[in-house]
Design a protein around this ligand. Structure first.
Ligand SMILES: Nc1ncnc2c1ncn2[C@@H]1O[C@H](COP(=O)(O)OP(=O)(O)OP(=O)(O)O)[C@@H](O)[C@H]1O
Ligand SMILES: [Mg+2]
Length: 786
């Protein structure tokens, strides 16, 4: 252990060996907070503390896994196995399963993801005959979520005139009724949503003192990473559990609190010292992650926030390169700049793809970047967005599996009762739902006892309903002996899902089949992995738990050597040698929706601070003068955050004037391929190095853009549809001809043998090695290669 402790500086060592009592480590980015937590746990174990008594809460499962691996490498794997470590949701889901019956839930309760919640809310709004334009399901869901995270139950809601009035003022007087129906339906379906995992844990700990005592005694030592982003519900859980022994260690950085929109409360960190007696406060000041330029630049920005704890962050690392600021004409241009500099950097500095991350404010921004990376053949991976497990075909399979474990699961049932089609119509399903509500039973129970109910269905339909029940029950029998892989393979065949997806011969159908195959592969892996873990069996229940709580961050099996693309929110806690922060424009970042109050703007600034401090060696900040947003080309101004960085840390690289006088370049701003000119793969690469670098003009870029006469949408209009309008970056109609060789990212290289239609409907028949395909040019991602 001594060997490891010597890898910490003195400031880090102090909190690492301080085991008893409440303590907080407040420190800036990259100063080793996570490292301290990791080493501290190893140290505690080396001092004889039983890992069963240690609970460590992290922000992602991935972080937990990494921490566990690190600890295992210090103290040995068999000991580390017994630690309770994970996200709030995963740890408390486990506890809730053990204690479920106290709350009236089955221990095999389903965990509804946001898609399930949305569907249920939509159904409720429909059943209540409410106007879906006023009762927008996403807004309704986020309202319900915020009640839950503030521990406002349905009963508390109806006792709170202020809440009722607020919803009435927002033209949603029925909000309470929806909330009530939603909660009842989840309960009846034996389902908890994500917020319930915290809400019900709180309920458990307050209603049952013996349960509280049990877990207080169990978790004698509690540690929390990223404490600044805990919400009220999480805060109360930590408080309750640590109340007896008060051995609580939290680490965090108020300057990195970025989840207020999801209920995180920065006051949790600010008030920690008031919540416990004799809190020891530790500060770390030395950053080990980043160069001087990056650390100083980040400090100069976060300084602009009024609400903050005073902190010093410095580094002994090299100065490093200045932060490169790059101005592009359009978003497509920006994408190409990013791709080409990644390409250059890889060549010049012998780097891997995985040394690069591209961070953006909103998921939608990834498209233009992706297009450019594809053209350069740079492998990338997008984190976030629709996760693998939320894809349609995967959810279909999972819904069958969920029904095996919990046949009451209403959302799963509604999804597959008639998929693949088996002649059970929507009217029948509606009747079943009404009956289920009337009898206060689940739909599945109503179906099973259809003969004893007064549901009006003809004998043919009755047969089909009972067949479905038998099908699921036969799966349940198999589940008693089979592992999840064997079971799922059987289910996909027997249910007809494979046949259904196979039937459809389109590329989308092929992709769906591939995804199902991938799911099965993943299950095989899972089963093998589980075999190594004591008392795990590779069962379906274990698998579903894993899936329900996985975030996209966690599925990094095929991570390989790829450039990482993600939103800044997802990047928290991570680090990369080269970081690009793209789309640094007013109204985009800071987001237009977050500029109404100072506190919202300060949260955006913290987000920028998080982004910048992910970089180890080099950061790039890019913005475009115009960008397609909501299908329209809009002019934009550079983000105020660029201006807020002290200029001495920046290298401004914005040669737009030079670009304007170069007709080749301005013709290329849409990133389309022009077969009549040799493709200048280095076009976006051309780094104009004017004798005198154009100075970044503070606050005047709008004017600069006018002076430069930013091309109006009209004279920029391409012959065909533009990238943003078509949803893909590539060919305009006039650029492609019979005989051209083109490249498609899935089918490979092929030859155009026929073109038909015009404008957005233009289709091409292309002979690929896998056969002739007819593709709509608007969507096909083609590149002319010859
Ligand atoms: N004493 C040290 N010696 C060498 N490297 C260190 C030391 N402390 C931390 N590091 C390294 O510095 C980097 C940042 O550490 P860590 O991720 O723990 O910081 P953090 O404070 O948790 O950052 P964030 O606020 O972004 O979560 C890591 O690569 C870590 O291994
Ligand atoms: Mg950290």
């Amino acid at each position: 252990m001594e060997k490891y402790l010597s890898q910490l500086n003195d400031a880090q060592l102090a909190p690492t060996i301080q085991i008893d009592g409440p303590m907080i480590v407040i420190a800036g980015a990259g100063s080793g907070k996570t490292r301290v937590l990791t080493f501290r746990i190893a140290y505690m174990m080396s001092k004889g503390i039983d890992p069963f008594n240690i609970l460590a809460l992290t922000f992602t499962n991935k972080a937990a896994r990494e921490m566990k691996e690190r600890i295992a490498s210090i103290v040995g794997a068999s000991e580390a196995k017994n630690l309770w470590m994970g996200t709030f949701h995963s740890v408390f889901a486990k506890i809730l399963r053990i204690e479920a019956d106290r709350l009236g839930y089955p221990s095999n309760f389903t965990i509804y993801d946001t898609q399930d919640s949305d569907r249920l809310i939509r159904d409720i709004i429909k059943e209540m005959n409410l106007d879906k334009d006023i009762y927008k399901y996403k807004q309704v869901r986020s309202r319900i979520s915020s009640y839950k995270n503030s521990l406002i139950t349905v009963r508390a809601y109806f006792q709170n005139p202020e809440l009722i009035e607020a919803d009435t003022m927002a033209r949603r007087p029925k909000m309470g009724e929806i909330y009530k129906a939603y909660v009842e339906r989840c309960f009846k379906a034996g389902a908890m949503d994500f917020d319930d995992l915290l809400l019900k844990t709180n309920e458990l700990l307050t209603r049952f003192p013996e349960v509280l005592a049990k877990y207080q005694n169990r978790f004698k030592y509690i540690l929390v990473d990223e404490y600044q982003d805990t919400n009220h519900s999480q805060y109360l859980i930590v408080r309750a559990l640590s109340d007896k022994f008060q051995n609580i260690c939290v680490v965090g950085d108020d300057a990195q609190s970025i989840y207020a929109f999801r209920g995180a409360n920065i006051n949790n960190i600010l008030n920690f010292q008031k919540d416990y007696l004799d809190v020891k406060v530790f500060r770390l000041e030395q950053n080990y992650r980043s160069t001087k330029n990056i650390v100083n630049a980040a400090n100069s920005v976060i300084d602009k926030n009024q609400t903050k704890l005073d902190k010093v962050v410095w580094t002994a690392n090299d100065d490093g390169g200045k932060i490169v600021v790059h101005r592009s004409l359009t978003d497509a241009d920006e994408g190409r700049y990013v791709a080409s500099t990644i390409f250059d950097n890889k060549m010049n500095h012998q780097l891997q793809n995985s040394d690069f991350a591209i961070l953006y404010r909103t998921n939608a921004q990834s498209r233009s970047i992706e297009d450019a990376l594809r053209k350069r053949d740079i492998p990338y991976r997008i984190y976030g967005g629709l996760s693998f497990y939320q894809r349609k075909e995967i959810k279909d399979v999972l819904s069958y599996l969920r029904l095996i474990i919990n046949p009451k699961d209403e959302e799963a049932l509604k999804r597959v009762i008639n998929f693949p089609p088996r002649g059970i119509g929507q009217t029948t399903v509606d009747r079943l739902m009404v009956a289920a509500n009337g009898y206060n039973r689940s739909i599945f129970e109503v179906m099973k006892n259809i003969d004893k109910t007064d549901v009006k269905v003809n004998s043919g339909t009755k047969r089909k309903l009972l067949d479905f029940v038998t099908l699921i029950e036969s799966f349940q029998v198999m589940n008693q002996t089979a592992d999840v892989f064997e079971l799922a393979e059987y289910v996909t065949k027997t249910s007809g899902l494979i046949r259904e997806f196979n039937k459809d011969g389109t590329p989308e159908g092929v992709t769906r089949m591939e995804n199902i195959e991938e799911l099965l592969n993943g299950m095989k892996d899972f089963v093998e992995g589980q075999r190594e873990i004591a008392d795990a069996t590779g069962s379906l229940a274990e698998f579903l738990e894993d899936v329900a709580l996985s975030t996209d961050m966690d599925n990094d099996k095929d991570d390989g050597n790829k450039v990482a693309l993600m939103t800044i929110h997802l990047a928290k806690g991570l680090e990369f040698p080269y970081v690009y922060i793209v789309g640094l424009e007013e109204d985009l970042f800071p987001s237009a929706m977050s500029m109404n109050t100072r506190s919202e703007l300060e949260e955006e600034r913290r987000l920028f601070y998080v982004a910048l401090t992910r970089a180890e060696k080099q950061a790039y900040l890019t913005y475009a003068l115009s960008r397609y947003r909501w299908g329209k080309l809009v002019d934009s101004e550079p983000s105020r955050f660029i201006e807020e960085i002290d200029e001495e840390y920046l290298e401004i690289e914005t040669p737009i004037e030079e670009r304007r006088i170069n007709p080749m370049l301005s013709a290329d701003i849409f990133g389309d391929v022009m077969p009549d000119q040799p493709r200048r793969t280095d076009a976006n690469n051309v780094r104009f190095k004017p004798a005198k670098r154009p100075k970044f003009q503070k606050g005047t870029t709008k004017k600069a853009a006018e002076k430069y006469q930013a091309p109006t949408p009209k004279n920029l209009k391409p012959v065909g549809k533009s990238n943003a309008e078509t949803g893909s970056a590539n060919l305009f109609d006039n650029n492609i001809a019979v005989g051209n060789t083109v490249k498609h990212n899935r089918f490979g290289t092929g030859e155009i043998i026929k073109i038909e239609g015009t404008g957005p409907d233009t289709k091409a028949e292309i002979k690929f090695q896998v056969g002739v395909k007819k593709l709509l040019l608007r969507f096909a991602k083609l590149e002319v290669v010859g």
